[in-house]
Design a protein around this ligand. Structure first.
Ligand SMILES: *Cc1c(COP(=O)(O)O)cnc(C)c1O
Length: 457
């Protein structure tokens, strides 16, 4: 498609507008081309082909303007084509595009590591290493923890998602679609129960202390704390269902790690960079991780990831033990500096908290009206509803798919997640205008209410 394009970014008209069915004819034509050449293993949530995007909207090749409640999976928190990101990348792309930091370094990489040292939890000396994807960051965190401790075992949790590479598949809990048929998986990964309040057998009040006791007891009995290199945990689980661990679980786990010389790795790939209303979700409970993995929201859409951690842990790795051809690519670093500047200038932590303060009460009111809504949870602009068969806690993935499809037809991009496929999650750009958030929520509410009226979805 070669059309003269109006720019994307925040100046794009901020409205929902459907001018064709979804997907429209031009998207359908592209879909046909896609089917001929793109591997079908690469899925698509909503098959409209995007032409421009910015603020809270995606504009497709048919001219439909959709409300974005997904941010490309928590990536464009600063909005698509955010001005500081565009400026930074443009300036950089004209100077040079790649040298490989391991061959001849450049300032942008160092500047991003300085920002990571400043912004991640804790005031200790820190170092960072940059990579391209969240999976790569998690793999490298495990490598670093093993090098530092001389131990091998890695602890992961039920409902965890850490990526799709071989080691991170082993850490990821859900079989379909992430692992099925792709084994064998990396050894020395031990899975523990997650403090999942809604589904904790003795109820949410008991969940934190009981889950902590179950996990530490199982590590001691089955693995041996002295064999554990690291515990890897998402401070709020992403793909696994936006599970917010019961209060006290994360801090108790961090304390257990500290007592036993285990590296506590917070995977903040989805929760990081203001998404939950703090720079990092760990801050909410005052937890200071030993290592933090970041990606998604870090660079306004360019591929960048990082491991940031205590200097004494990071320094344990031998020279040239970490790296990769593209890790910390100069364009991605320029984008990250632009994204960080945007988060600070626009106080997007506060914006995320405002989004949560708008969404959570509305979704709780929806829960009161609709017995299919079993749970409403999240923090800041990372919010979800869990759909169940009314009167039970039995997951209802069919209802969840129906609600998502209804939202998509109405021009609102929503995502699903969860081990049981029954969680509808919302990750709006932190710069979404209030009127679009309201309208997007209204569409979601209508789709959920329609569940109780068969024939309408
Ligand atoms: C998305 C995600 C990853 C993997 O990141 P990729 O960039 O897709 O490799 C890892 N951990 C968490 C928590 C994620 O949400």
């Amino acid at each position: 498609m070669t059309t003269a394009l109006a720019p994307g970014g925040p100046t794009l008209a901020q409205r929902r507008l459907l001018v064709t069915e979804i997907p429209g004819p031009r998207s359908r034509a592209l879909l046909e081309r896609r089917e001929a050449v793109v591997a079908p293993g690469v899925g698509t949530v909503l098959p409209v082909f995007v032409e421009r995007a910015g603020g809270g909207v995606l504009v497709d090749v048919d001219g439909n303007s959709l409300i974005d409640l997904g941010s490309g999976i928590a990536v464009v928190g600063v909005g698509n084509a955010a001005p500081h990101v565009v400026e930074g990348v443009r300036e950089q792309v004209e100077r040079f595009t790649h040298t490989c930091f391991m061959v001849t370094p450049y300032e942008g990489y160092v500047a991003v590591c300085e920002e990571l040292a400043r912004l991640t939890p804790g005031s200790h000396a820190k170092r960072s290493a940059l990579f391209n994807t969240g999976s790569e960051a998690v793999e490298n965190a495990v490598k670093i923890a093993r090098a530092h401790t001389g131990r091998q075992a890695v602890i992961a949790f039920d409902h965890a998602y850490h990526g799709r590479t071989n080691l991170t598949m082993a850490l990821t809990a859900k079989n379909m679609p992430y692992k099925h048929g792709f084994g064998p998986f990396a050894p020395e990964v031990y899975r523990m129960p997650m403090a999942y309040p809604y589904r904790w057998p003795t109820g949410p009040e008991q969940c934190g202390p009981e889950a902590l006791a179950a996990v530490t007891g199982a590590i001691d009995a089955q693995v041996g704390a002295g064999n554990v290199a690291c515990v890897v945990i998402e401070p709020i689980q992403g793909e696994g269902g936006f599970v917010v661990p019961a209060p006290g679980f994360l801090s108790g786990l961090a304390e257990y790690c500290r007592r036993n010389g285990i590296v506590f790795v917070a995977d903040e790939v989805q929760t990081g960079f203001a998404r939950t209303g703090d720079w990092f979700a760990c801050e909410h409970e005052g937890v200071v991780p030993d290592l933090v993995t970041t990606a998604k929201g870090i660079a306004g859409g360019l591929p960048l990831a990082a491991v940031t951690g205590r200097a004494e842990i990071m320094d344990a790795v031998h020279k040239s033990g970490l790296g990769g051809t593209y890790g910390g690519n100069p364009l991605a670093c320029a984008a990250a500096l632009g994204a960080i500047r945007t988060i600070e200038e626009q106080d997007l932590c506060a914006a995320a908290r405002r989004i949560g303060a708008t969404m959570l009460p509305r979704l709780r009111a929806l829960q009161d009206r609709c017995p299919a809504v079993g749970d409403v949870r999240g923090r800041g602009a990372m919010v979800a509803i869990e759909l169940v068969q009314p009167g039970t806690t039995t997951p209802d993935p069919a209802a969840t798919a129906a609600v998502a499809a209804a939202c998509h037809r109405a021009g609102v991009v929503v995502l699903t997640c969860g081990t049981y496929g029954n969680v509808l999650r919302f990750l709006p750009p932190l710069v979404i205008p209030d009127h679009l958030l309201d309208e997007g929520l209204m569409v979601v509410e209508q789709a959920v209410v329609a569940l109780g009226r068969p024939g309408l979805t």
